[in-house]
Design a protein around this ligand. Structure first.
Ligand code: HEM
Length: 329
């Protein structure tokens, strides 16, 4: 057993994961790993660690532990400034996010929250794994005349205002603005706080047409559509809870809570006459007729904290769907 190398890893909160590998003379097989992992949205905290790697290798020609130590010290000397610069870029990313959130809060009201959240789904929901197309890429800007996007122009317009102000200081993509704005809309209306990572690149062309699920789909069709986008039935049910906002009759149009599920369980559309027959979209009503969906609907109706947690995670997945990322953002 002898020392054959060491790992030097920097852990901070920027994405994507970056690895610098240093190869030493063949027989020593020493390596240095320089890594960068991200836990989206949390405050920037960075740490550095260095560790030597000892492996047993009967064929190796030893170069001596003192050489190993000297090498380790010189590599740390090289990498430490690099780590400092990454810490700096972490702090910048956190500052960029704060600036963007601040400008979004200036233009967002509870009344506009539903439209802004819907915009997120209409940008990201075009993602198709097999075709590797669509996703969270800001292409909604080119798709506003499509029938399924009716009414979304005004939501995008207010976000463009925020983007314009932010762009005077930093450059931010439309997809980042929409992703962060949807999270702000949810929390403004009393929903969970959702950490959103920055660094998406925008598409310069519209996504293929016909990729959003139609409201006339039954539960099987909805499940298949969401599966093609990488979402489970549980995530379909959690994300559909977004319909608690807006005017489809699931509680207050400006409060994000679990009333969507409570109302679904009551099936108010079955009662004759009055406004109750107007509640929900066909796709909402379809979910409750499916046993697997019904299990999740009942859980979320009973436990709002569980709904908030699952919505948060599904939302993060949604805004990362098919996203292309800037390097070292
Ligand atoms: C499950 C498949 C889905 C279908 C078929 C669907 C379809 C629709 C339709 C037809 C509307 C009504 C638009 C109008 O009032 O003219 C609507 C509203 C809305 N959708 Fe969806 N949607 C789905 C999933 C989602 C998801 C995943 C989200 C977000 C995570 C979302 C967010 C919203 C919001 C917030 C509204 C209310 C908008 C407003 O009142 O301004 N939807 N949706």
């Amino acid at each position: 057993m002898s020392m054959t190398g060491f790992d030097l890893s920097f852990r901070h909160l920027c994405s994507p994961y970056t690895t610098l590998r240093f190869e030493f003379p063949t027989q020593t097989r020493r390596k240095i790993q320089y890594g960068c992992t991200c836990t989206a949205g949390r405050p920037a905290l960075c740490s550095t660690s260095a560790s030597s790697t000892a492996v047993s290798d009967s064929n190796e020609n030893h170069v001596g532990t003192s050489y190993g130590r000297r090498t380790m010290i010189s590599m740390i000397t090289i990498l430490f400034p690099l780590h400092r610069s990454m810490q700096h870029s972490c702090a910048n990313a956190a500052d960029d996010l704060l600036l963007l959130q601040e400008e979004i809060r200036k233009v967002l009201t509870k009344g506009k929250a539903a439209g802004v959240l819907r915009l997120v789904f209409h940008d990201a929901g075009t993602y198709e794994i097999d075709e590797n197309s669509g996703g969270m890429n800001g292409s909604i800007s080119y798709e506003l005349d499509r029938p399924e996007n009716k009414g979304l122009k005004k939501s995008l317009k207010i976000l463009l205002e925020a983007k314009k102000t932010v762009d005077e200081t930093i450059t931010v993509s439309m997809s980042d603005v929409i992703a962060v704005a949807g999270a702000e809309a949810v929390s403004l209306c009393g929903g969970p706080k959702i950490p959103v990572q920055l660094g998406r690149l925008d598409s310069m062309v519209p996504d293929p047409e016909g990729k959003l699920p139609e409201e006339t789909l039954d539960a099987i069709g909805l499940k298949q559509s969401f599966k093609r986008k990488g979402f489970s039935t549980q995530e379909l049910v959690a994300l559909s809870g977004a319909h608690t906002l807006g005017s489809k009759g699931f509680g207050s149009p400006i409060i994000f809570d679990n009333s969507y599920y409570k109302v679904l369980l009551e099936k108010p559309w079955l009662s004759s006459g009055g406004m109750t027959s107007m509640v929900g979209l066909p796709s909402d009503r379809a979910l409750i007729e499916d046993d697997e969906c019904l299990r999740w609907i009942s859980k979320y109706a009973d436990d709002q904290d569980l709904f908030f947690e699952d919505f948060k995670n599904a939302y993060i997945k949604l805004v990362n769907s098919g996203a292309k990322w800037k390097r070292n953002s």
